[in-house]
Design a protein around this ligand. Structure first.
Ligand code: N7H
Length: 469
């Protein structure tokens, strides 16, 4: 098994964070960069340190302190073009990573236009040019992050003029304020369900799936692919810059409020049916009719479901087949088949953070987004082709998934992140449990992709030896 001291900390433990910045860079001087990289290693947060930080925060809270403990984390990862630039050209064995996200944009369903036979996604310019790597820095506040960044920039010679590398984009995320802490911008509690990793997360919560280390770490048990030796204990990071149209989402819920309830309750119910959880986090599979905030916040119970109630298997009574959490982690929908279809290799470790301001009064009144906000989506896996890319393309964007449902109830698209080539086909069934065969027409998109990239987050020994070169 992997030694926690050898693995970057955001992968298998995760940073404790109020705020997080991602600094995307291009390498200008490969030789200089390789020389400096080992010097950055003492500044990199390992999984062992991230675990200690978590314990320290728990103790700090338990001791009754109200202030935030000063904590930060720093990790680094490289795209295929970045590895090429560094002269690291061995085949790492993941088609999606090697291709890069820009070439995958159309496959993922991102919107764009075809110019001269070539597809151009509606992405921000930075992601349409080469991004060689990303430094991810988290902390209790912005000044902690800035301090760590200044340190890393000095070591790597990250500079606009005559450095080894220069910044092409910086994206800042932060937890939402007050009671919305831990909730994403549509208002739903996030970060509830992540897989437990064998021999690392030894006390999984009820219902939490334990996966082999090789599903997240390259070269470990469960990773069937032949990898270069420098890839051991690294992980792929899929980064997505996803904007969320919050007032438009809220307005849709009000307009399509589920009948038989007050308009507000019906809107809330519809939102829950789309996500598969109530805003509190309570899963529909356990609380199908009414929110249960206590269940939502209880880690002993809020993940302990499988879509395995007898009535789940052929109906959408408790949770729509297309609900975001059911689409992206179908549990018993595949593992309960005879013979079972294993979902182990489809698991990803999610580490996103929201970005952008709270809704303004004007946005609420006009029911229109006027300021950019959304999710800096990040997930780790040992294979992007089997993980993020597969979940997006073969599940969220696939109307017939999950399989074996009543013939008149095609699940439809994941209403949150499912992307349809033809927007008129973007529908879901089962939004209203009392009219499960009715297809609800969804707007073209509420989650708008403005770019992203696939990165490889190397082990500590590999960083120390600058990929053994
Ligand atoms: Fe999703 N949301 O607010 O609706 N997600 N997600 N996600 N997501 C989850 O269970 C959301 C996105 C997964 O194990 C929750 O921890 C939003 C992408 C997976 O039961 C909520 C965006 C992909 C899970 C959201 C977004 C995924 C999951 C419930 C974009 C992969 C775990 C909290 C802006 C392609 C499912 C929780 C499980 C959970 C939302 C993106 C995947 C509330 C707003 C792109 C695997």
């Amino acid at each position: 098994p992997a030694d926690l001291k050898n693995v970057q900390g955001d992968i298998i433990v995760g940073f404790s964070k109020r705020t997080e910045s991602s600094i995307f860079f291009q390498i200008d001087n490969a030789e200089g960069f390789r020389k400096q990289l080992p010097l950055l290693v003492p500044k990199i947060t390992t999984a062992a340190q991230a675990a200690d930080d978590k314990d320290a925060i728990k103790k700090h809270k338990r001791a009754g302190h109200k202030d935030l403990l000063k904590i930060s984390g720093l990790n680094i990862a490289f795209s295929q073009s970045g590895l090429n630039k560094l002269g690291v050209t061995d085949d790492i064995g993941d088609a999606a990573f090697k291709q890069g996200q820009l070439a995958n944009a159309q496959g993922l369903g991102d919107k764009g236009s075809t110019i001269g036979g070539k597809f151009e996604p509606n992405w921000i310019p930075a992601f349409k040019n080469a991004v060689h790597g990303v430094i991810v820095i988290s902390g209790d506040c912005q000044s902690t992050v800035d301090e760590r960044l200044a340190d890393a920039a000095r070591i790597l010679k990250l500079s606009a003029h005559n450095g080894n590398c220069h910044e092409v984009l910086r994206l800042d995320g932060s937890a939402r304020p007050g009671d919305e802490k831990g909730h994403e911008h549509f208002g739903f509690l996030d970060g509830i369900s992540n897989p437990a990793i064998e021999k690392i997360d030894t006390k999984p919560f009820p219902g939490q799936k334990t996966i082999r280390q090789g599903i997240v770490l390259l070269g470990r048990n469960g990773d069937p692919t032949k990898r270069p030796s420098w890839a051991l204990d690294g992980s792929f990071l899929a980064f997505r810059y996803l904007f969320q149209l919050v007032p438009e989402f809220d307005d849709f819920l009000m307009h399509n409020s589920i009948p038989g309830l007050t308009p507000k309750e019906g809107a809330e119910f519809l939102g829950a049916r789309m996500v598969g959880r109530w805003k509190s986090g309570a899963p529909l599979d356990l609380a199908p009719l009414k929110d249960d905030p206590e269940l939502g916040r209880d880690p002993q119970r809020n993940n302990n479901f499988q879509y395995s109630f007898p009535e789940d298997i052929q109906t959408q009574d408790r949770c729509p087949f297309a609900a975001h959490v059911r689409k992206t982690n179908p549990r018993f929908d595949l593992e309960g088949l005879n013979p079972p279809i294993s979902t182990e290799s489809r698991h990803i470790v999610r580490r996103g953070i929201p970005f952008g301001p709270e809704l303004s009064r004007q946005e609420k009144q006009q029911k229109t987004t006027l300021q950019g906000r959304g999710l800096l989506f990040k997930c780790y896996q040992s294979d992007i082709t089997k993980g993020f890319q597969f979940i997006q393309e073969a599940w969220a964007n696939a109307p017939n998934f999950p399989p074996f449902k009543p013939a008149d109830q095609v699940p439809g698209f994941d209403p949150i992140v499912g992307q349809a080539a033809d927007p008129t086909s973007r529908t879901m069934s089962g939004a209203d449990p009392k009219a499960a065969t009715t297809n609800l027409q969804l707007p073209t998109e509420w989650v708008v992709s403005k770019g992203g990239e696939y990165f490889f987050s190397p082990s500590i020994p590999t960083l120390k030896s600058a990929f053994g070169r």
